[in-house]
Design a protein around this ligand. Structure first.
Ligand SMILES: O=C(O)C1=C[C@@H](OP(=O)(O)O)[C@@H](O)[C@H](O)C1
Ligand SMILES: C=C(OP(=O)(O)O)C(=O)O
Length: 444
């Protein structure tokens, strides 16, 4: 959907013997879309510096405009959002959400609580991604949300309800974005009484909740937290513009380059995230350390370099489900079987990522065991096989499989093909240019 970049139907990557360089990361998707919505709900105007320019943020920007909330881009790096103070000027709107979970889930909660007549829909895959836990939680407190397609999934029709919320509950084991959505909408409900959100069952992807709470705080709303079980917003708190917000670089996007450094020599430095990041995915670097890579960190950068063959690991990746995909491909360069556990959420993301990952790693000659919530990857004894990798309209499939062109495993002469590389537009439209910049002349 992003118009900036024309990609061919496939990209061929020659084996790369060495990687080295510095990559300036695009803005964080998670921070960008949260900041846009909070700025739109706040009183006052917010200047956002370093917003991600990609399909996922375009759908949020488009939705805000359709809702009558004004914003403008003042230069390449700077947007100004004029907040509506909790009011939506457009009482009716039809909103295209692409495949952006960070847009549809938080918007569903905000629109249902504020009220109006809205439809939300997306690409085919969006209509297969669950939203029932969020809709149930909202309808239980008086929202009026209907499914216009299959029950439990978008598209949705939202009508004005009568919200009476003091305590609500939401399941946490399918997506943390449902809790994020309710948290961001909670100050709009907590006009006279405190509002408490209880999490039912295990909460997955916890660090994303920390991003939510951090950004809500910057917009003037504090949430009282009782572990990961319940969250309370006291009445009378309203979102107020903090003036200017700087968006960090995307820590999930950093994972491809850090892994490249760990596999292909390095050093590779990513700029835009570091020790001070609020994104849980910076902990991806710890997994690379466990695999034997050398990682150095500054306030706003991280650097990775290889120490020879990576060590296989067996670890829980529930806290970093997106960056974990990069470990599954890095496992091709490890000295044994690497197992990634507690990643059932992979099945309901851009594609069924457990199935897609297993299928494509096998094409390269790996032995893969795929379970309901885990994947084990044993690299082939010799070289990786030449392969054409399918990407399933999943940006992360395209980005992490570019690493299979690195020649850390004495692979010789096998070009690998990545089909439909344009899917990277979801979060990183210039990904293959950035990759070519560290891999030098590998694109043919
Ligand atoms: O809140 C967020 O910004 C996100 C939460 C995670 O989703 P789940 O909570 O569904 O695992 C993650 O996979 C997604 O890319 C972004
Ligand atoms: C799961 C992802 O996206 P979404 O925000 O649409 O859930 C992702 O970016 O890997």
């Amino acid at each position: 959907m992003t118009q900036q970049k024309q990609y061919p139907h496939h990209i061929d990557l020659k084996p790369v013997m060495h990687v080295e360089g510095v990559v300036r990361l695009p803005g964080s998707k998670s921070i960008s879309n949260r900041t846009l919505l909070l700025a739109a709900l706040a009183e006052g105007s917010t200047t956002i510096v370093g917003l991600l320019a990609s399909d996922d943020t375009l759908v949020m920007l488009g939705a805000l405009r359709s809702l009558g909330l004004a914003w403008e881009q003042v230069d390449e790096h700077t947007h100004i959002v004029h907040g509506g103070g909790g009011i939506l000027p457009a009482h009716e709107a039809d909103l295209f959400m692409g495949n952006a979970g960070t847009a549809i889930r938080p918007l569903t909660a905000a629109l249902a609580v504020i009220g109006g007549d809205y439809t939300l829909h997306g690409v085919t895959r969006m209509h297969e991604r669950p939203i029932g836990d969020l809709v149930d939680a909202l309808n239980a407190i008086g929202a009026q949300i209907e499914y216009t397609g299959v029950e439990g999934f978008p598209p949705l029709r939202i009508r004005r309800g009568h919200i009476h919320a003091q305590r609500l509950s939401v399941r946490g084991n399918v997506s943390s974005q449902f809790l994020t959505a309710l948290l961001m909408a909670a100050p709009l409900m907590a006009r006279e009484h405190p509002v408490t959100i209880d999490v039912v069952g295990e909460l997955i992807s916890k660090p994303y909740i920390e991003i939510t709470l951090n950004l809500m705080r910057r917009f003037g709303v504090t949430v009282e937290q009782d572990g990961w079980q319940s969250f309370t917003v006291q009445p009378g708190q309203r979102y107020a513009s903090p003036g200017t917000i700087h968006v960090e670089g995307d820590a999930s996007s950093a994972s491809y380059f850090l892994a490249a450094g760990a596999i292909g020599g390095g050093p590779i430095r990513v700029e835009g995230v570091g020790r001070d990041s609020i994104q849980g995915d910076v902990r991806f670097a710890e997994a690379l350390e466990q695999m034997g890579a050398t990682i150095t960190r500054g306030d706003n950068w991280i650097e990775a370099r290889s120490n020879g063959v990576l060590k296989a690991i067996d670890a829980d990746f529930n806290h970093i489900p997106d960056a974990a995909m990069t470990i599954a491909v890095a496992a091709l360069y490890a000295d044994g079987t690497t197992t990634l556990r507690n990643i059932a959420s992979w099945r309901v993301k851009e594609t069924d990522r457990l199935a897609a990952m297993a299928t494509e790693l096998r094409k390269l000659g790996a032995v893969v065991e795929e379970g309901p919530d885990y994947i084990s990857v044993t690299p082939p004894a010799g070289e990786l096989s030449a392969a054409t990798i399918d990407t399933y309209d999943d940006h992360r499939m395209a980005m992490c499989f570019s690493l299979a062109s690195l020649d850390g495993k004495a692979r010789r002469g096998n070009t690998m093909r990545i089909n439909d590389p344009k899917c990277v537009a979801k979060t990183f439209p210039d990904y293959f240019d950035a990759f070519a910049g560290i891999a030098h002349e590998n694109l043919i």
